[in-house]
Design a protein around this ligand. Structure first.
Ligand code: CA
Length: 241
């Protein structure tokens, strides 16, 4: 069965370009221009979960003629674990953070390339796949070998000593490799709920991790900054073509 996408975008040109490009990639696309249409499609999906309409991912624009796309994010998140990607013209960090904290998996700011969108879809779908966790016990990326159960990291074959907090931060980012994780999510999950405002902890620990893991800590390739929002561990591998 084809991977089915619920696409909500009111800009006709963009909607058609995205639909055609994604269909060329082998996806099946159910596209809508309004929140009402998307909600109806979502309700249909929930009521017929095993039919060929079975959805794999939701891609939603925020500015819609009859409301805000974030309404749909909350609805989908309250009823399922389906990945949700946001495509938006909004550049402000606060709304991005709110969307991620509301349960969106990732966002793309317009204009973006189809290649970027495909990469984000790939990451989101991989996280949903049942063998995701089994396949990520040992991670090889560049010069790094990371063994999550043993909590060991090697760089160019040599053990790298990480403090428990450094390792926990790395593991948290790796659990969503390829996706942005907000400051609040990282602080909550690594340090605890009472530390969610302590963004300076993150800056300090990210600098330490980069110094230990990156070839050039000043130009990181693994531990990427999403300015004003959070951090992203790079995508672990490209798919087999
Ligand atoms: Ca719009």
């Amino acid at each position: 069965m084809k991977t089915r996408i619920l696409l909500v975008e009111d800009d006709l040109t963009l909607r058609e370009v995205l639909k055609q490009s994604l269909e060329l990639e082998g996806f099946s696309v159910d596209s809508h221009s309004t929140l009402a249409g998307a909600r109806a499609a979502w309700a249909y999906h929930l009521n017929t979960p095993r039919s060929p309409s079975n959805l794999s991912i939701v891609i939603v624009d925020l500015g819609l003629p009859d409301g805000d796309g974030s309404t749909l994010i909350r609805l989908v998140r309250s009823q399922s674990k389906l990945p949700v990607l946001v495509i938006s013209a909004r550049e402000d960090d606060v709304s991005k953070i709110n969307l991620l904290d509301a349960g969106a998996d990732d966002y793309l700011v317009k204009p973006f390339s189809i290649g970027e969108l495909k990469a984000r879809i790939r990451v989101a779908l991989r996280r949903q796949s049942p063998d995701h966790h089994a396949s990520t016990d040992e991670i090889h990326i560049g010069a790094l070998e990371i063994n999550l159960p043993k909590r060991q990291v090697k760089r160019l074959g040599e053990r790298v000593h990480l403090t428990p907090t450094e390792f926990n931060l790395l593991a948290r980012l790796l659990s969503q490799a390829g996706q942005v994780v907000t400051h609040r999510q990282l602080l909550n999950d690594v340090w605890g709920a009472e530390y969610v405002e302590h963004v300076h902890y993150l800056r300090l620990y990210m600098a330490q991790l980069r110094a230990k893991l990156e070839v050039d800590p000043a130009a990181p390739e693994l531990l990427l900054t999403e300015t004003g929002v959070g951090y992203r561990f790079c995508e672990l591998s490209l798919p087999a073509e």
